[in-house]
Design a protein around this ligand. Structure first.
Ligand code: AP5
Length: 209
């Protein structure tokens, strides 16, 4: 099964993609995670991408498209995948049509103020990459899964988050119509608990079978 999770920053795309990919036994392909890995490793691509990411802007299409094309051809994606955060522009969506055919696009909707609260409270584990909201943690410095230290993403400052939401509205929101016209769009209300939303996403996917 080939799925794409769409939604504004903080909608819960990454949280849901991790849960659903594990349930379905398919690959979770997050362009944000791939870029952060490049930044962490200090590659030329990572250094270039960081400037855009820290400013809340999109990384140029060419860089992203090459990265995803290579990733979807890896063995773990043969049985299917969830694209999390790709495509985000019309050019990315049109190019994707040329190398993969999506079964469904899950659009997770959440109001702006809730997005800001979710992102500004996000904590990520340096070691295992687990993501939490600070309200879920007894100790905000320590990962409850692996005891690794927690960090705040460089692009999770409120001002940058507002820029990211605006960039999403301008460049990515039009993709909702693009996929609605193809008849593969499924709208999910992303305001409940993580488990409630995962159940709704799974129900939408089960209905495809
Ligand atoms: P990326 O990492 O993809 O960031 P994003 O799209 O802005 O999305 P987020 O990761 O912030 O949010 P999410 O929806 O995954 O939410 P999450 O599950 O983490 O991309 C970062 C940057 O890379 C971009 O800005 C851009 O520069 C670049 N980039 C990436 N892809 C690109 C592309 N295709 N083209 C160009 N540039 C690209 O949840 C957020 C928080 O909410 C967490 O704290 C979580 O614990 C909490 N939470 C989740 N669900 C719930 C819930 N139901 N209730 C309460 N809290 C919840």
């Amino acid at each position: 099964m080939k799925l794409m999770f769409l939604g504004p920053p903080g909608a819960g795309k990454g949280t849901q993609a991790r849960i659903i990919a594990e349930k379905l036994g398919i690959a979770h392909i997050s362009t944000g995670d791939m870029l952060r890995e490049q930044v962490k490793n200090g590659t030329a691509l990572g250094l270039k991408a960081k400037e855009y990411m820290d400013a809340g802007q999109y990384v140029p299409d060419g860089v992203i498209i090459d990265m995803v094309k290579e990733r979807v051809n890896k063995p773990d994606a043969r049985e299917g995948f969830i694209l999390d955060g790709f495509p985000r522009t019309a050019a990315q969506a049109e190019t994707l049509d040329g190398f993969a055919s999506l079964d469904a696009v899950i659009n997770i909707g959440v109001p702006d103020e809730m997005l800001i609260d979710r992102i500004c409270g996000r904590r990520v584990c340096t070691d295992c990459g687990a993501t939490y909201h600070e309200s879920m943690l007894h100790d905000k410095e320590k990962c409850p899964v692996c005891s690794g230290s927690m960090y705040v993403r460089d692009d999770d400052k409120e001002e940058t988050v507002r820029t990211r939401i605006n960039v999403y509205k301008e460049k990515t929101q039009p993709l909702i119509d693009y996929y609605a016209k193809k008849g593969i769009l499924h709208e999910i209300d992303g305001t409940g608990t993580i488990d409630e939303i995962a159940d709704k996403v799974m129900a939408a996917i089960e209905a495809l079978k």
